[in-house]
Design a protein around this ligand. Structure first.
Ligand SMILES: [Zn+2]
Length: 177
């Protein structure tokens, strides 16, 4: 199920709706509230190691994608830029500081969490680590390594959005990685 399917009542006037909203926006039949459902926004970053160009991938310690590989990242907070969010998430998950954060591409995603499927827009970045001393948050990360591109399979990545972003990055001819 997706969150809009829970809108049986208008969140402003409380009137029960004749039917579950089928489209976007939710439109209350009583008070005419229009409520637009928007994707949650997340950001992730492919981090390159300066010394050898390898890429940092974490192994996810929780669902969705438990045990799969992923670039570090997470959901963007209210009032936060995507660049700040990736720097914060990387600091929290693996204790690294980033340099040269640059936008790569965006990909839609569906994130199944606690029985609900959230529609997400993933923003992907590339960056360089300014150090190599990782400090892992064991609640988020069960392992990590610096990978050469040939060292993992596309299907090892947790989400289709990550696979698409990785393929896109690899397809850029001038990229040195
Ligand atoms: Zn209403």
């Amino acid at each position: 199920m997706t969150p809009p399917e829970f809108f049986h009542f208008c969140p402003r006037c409380g009137v029960r709706q004749a039917s579950v909203p089928a489209g976007n926006p939710f439109l209350c039949g009583s008070c005419q509230l229009r409520y637009f459902f928007n994707p949650a926004v997340a950001a992730a970053v492919f981090i390159r190691r300066k010394s050898d160009g390898r890429i940092l991938l974490i192994r996810r310690a929780k669902e969705p994608g438990l045990g799969k590989l992923a670039p570090p990242g997470g959901f963007i907070d209210f009032g936060e830029t995507a660049e700040h969010a990736v720097a914060r998430e990387v600091r929290e998950e693996v204790g690294l500081e980033l340099e040269g954060i640059a936008f790569l591409c965006s990909q839609p995603n569906a994130y199944l969490y606690a029985g609900l499927t959230y529609r997400v827009l993933d923003l992907f970045f590339v960056a360089t680590a300014s150090s190599e001393n990782v400090v892992v948050d064991v609640h988020e990360v069960s392992g990590l390594d610096w990978y050469q591109p040939a060292q993992f399979q596309l299907d090892d990545l947790a989400f289709p959005s990550m696979k698409a972003a990785w393929q896109y990055w690899r397809s850029i001819p001038r990229d040195p990685a």
